[in-house]
Design a binder for this molecule. Structure first.
Ligand code: 5GP
Length: 115
């Protein structure tokens, strides 16, 4: 059994972290180092998928559930409901936690900036 990821430990209440939304299989927290006025992490409760490519191949429905929760969070946290979703995939792309998660960014994003 793999060591629990930082996100699993937050979900289990072992370390602090406010869960801002939750469904049966997905939850969301605020990023500890926000890169935008709204910066949430949308995370499957299972940590069995390391990144979005593994998740898409293994459980595409769960990926769709993440995106559905992101849509709800956009409505709840962004003035216009619009948001950017980013999946860092691999260490070379900046991924540091290998429990798949989407960064939801909103509010005051530069129109042409990709991050
Ligand atoms: P990655 O770099 O893997 O795409 O994203 C991991 C994210 O998790 C980073 O943006 C980082 O700030 C966030 N993070 C790391 N540790 C914690 C923590 O203990 N609590 C919260 N809320 N976010 C964390």
């Amino acid at each position: 059994m793999a060591e629990p990821s930082i996100f699993t430990r937050i979900l289990q209440g072992d370390i602090p972290g406010e869960i801002v939304a939750e469904t049966e299989r997905v939850f969301a927290i605020r990023d500890i180092a926000p890169q935008a006025p709204v910066h949430l992490l949308v995370i499957p409760k299972t940590q069995e998928y390391r990144d979005v490519t593994e998740l898409a191949a293994g459980d595409a429905t769960l990926l769709a559930e993440m995106i559905a929760l992101a849509k709800r969070l956009g409505r709840e946290h962004a003035d216009d409901g619009d948001f950017r979703l980013i999946f860092n995939t691999g260490a070379g792309a900046g991924q540091t936690v290998f429990h798949v998660h989407a960064h939801l960014l909103a509010g005051g994003l530069g129109e042409k900036s990709l991050v």
